[in-house]
Write a protein that binds this ligand. Structure first.
Ligand SMILES: NC(=O)c1ccc[n+]([C@@H]2O[C@H](COP(=O)([O-])OP(=O)(O)OC[C@H]3O[C@@H](n4cnc5c(N)ncnc54)[C@H](OP(=O)(O)O)[C@@H]3O)[C@@H](O)[C@H]2O)c1
Length: 234
């Protein structure tokens, strides 16, 4: 693939390292000053930038008719607008708040567990996520995806919160050290607790998933997510 990297921070560099190992070419890499650059040589853009830039970058690439794989988190409230714009311009757009295969298996497990646990109201769910201290968005995009899946599959709550609010699903965020990303869903009763957890050991799982998504997207029109790439539609 001929890849343009929008956002050349920790993730952009990791994607470049793995892409080059796999024989792909990086035809452009840049940060916040890319708007006057020529991306015409790129078959696909892979975008891991900042919460403030994610939406605008996606819209700009769709306007340029370049397929875009975005992993930037912290702009989920504008995602429906980006999906509608993709449809309007007949563009190609892939989005995941987390590109790791392990996390996507965790998402599927979370949906099934939420359905089961809905029969046992004595267990109350909450989410805990831990990340490195440089992470800008709180809660993580992955934690929001986990929360939204619980809300769809479990009837105890109608919304999530980062505060201690009665009748809302709590997401607890911890920022410390170099933690790449840990997410757990905990069901607590007065007598016991069960939890499922995913622990990332590094950024390469995200980078490999984003490259798989890019290969999948080239030649297709429309909006795609990890469930379209992996056979995990539970
Ligand atoms: N979906 C996933 O699987 C996944 C996994 C890991 C991380 N993420 C998310 O990916 C994003 C980037 O993470 P990171 O760890 O690589 O962050 P990072 O190390 O802080 O790098 C962010 C980069 O984005 C650039 N940038 C800022 N504004 C931009 C713009 N308008 N257009 C293009 N680039 C711009 C910055 O460049 P300048 O120096 O020029 O500002 C910087 O190099 C975050 O939102 C993070 O939460 C997602």
């Amino acid at each position: 693939m001929e890849i343009a990297l929008l956002g050349y921070g920790k993730m952009g560099k990791e994607i470049e390292r793995i892409a080059v190992d796999l024989g792909h070419s990086i035809v452009f890499k840049g940060g916040s000053d890319w708007e006057n650059e020529d991306l015409t040589g790129a078959e696909v853009v892979i975008e891991f930038s900042s919460p403030e830039a994610g939406f605008e970058n996606v819209i700009r690439c769709l306007s340029l008719q370049i397929p875009i794989v975005s992993g930037t988190t912290g702009w989920h409230q504008s995602l429906p607008e980006a999906i509608a714009f993709c449809k309007e311009v007949d563009g190609s757009f892939f989005y995941a708040s987390n590109y790791s295969l392990g996390v996507n298996i965790f998402f599927a497990l979370n949906r099934v567990l939420a359905k089961w646990m809905d029969q046992f109201p004595q267990f109350c769910p909450h989410i805990v996520e831990l990340h490195h201290s440089m992470k800008k968005d709180i809660p993580s995009g992955t934690a929001i995806s986990i929360a939204e899946d619980i809300l769809k599959n479990h009837s105890q709550f109608n919304s999530w919160t980062t505060e201690n609010v009665k009748d809302q699903l709590k997401i607890e965020s911890i920022r410390e050290g170099e933690i790449p990303g840990t997410h757990s869903v905990r069901y607590q009763s007065l007598t016991d607790e069960l939890h499922i957890e995913h622990i990332s050991h590094g950024r390469d799982a995200f980078a490999k998933g984003a490259l798989l998504a890019a290969e999948f997207l080239i030649g297709k029109k429309g909006f795609y997510q990890m469930n379209d790439l992996l056979n995990l539609n539970l």
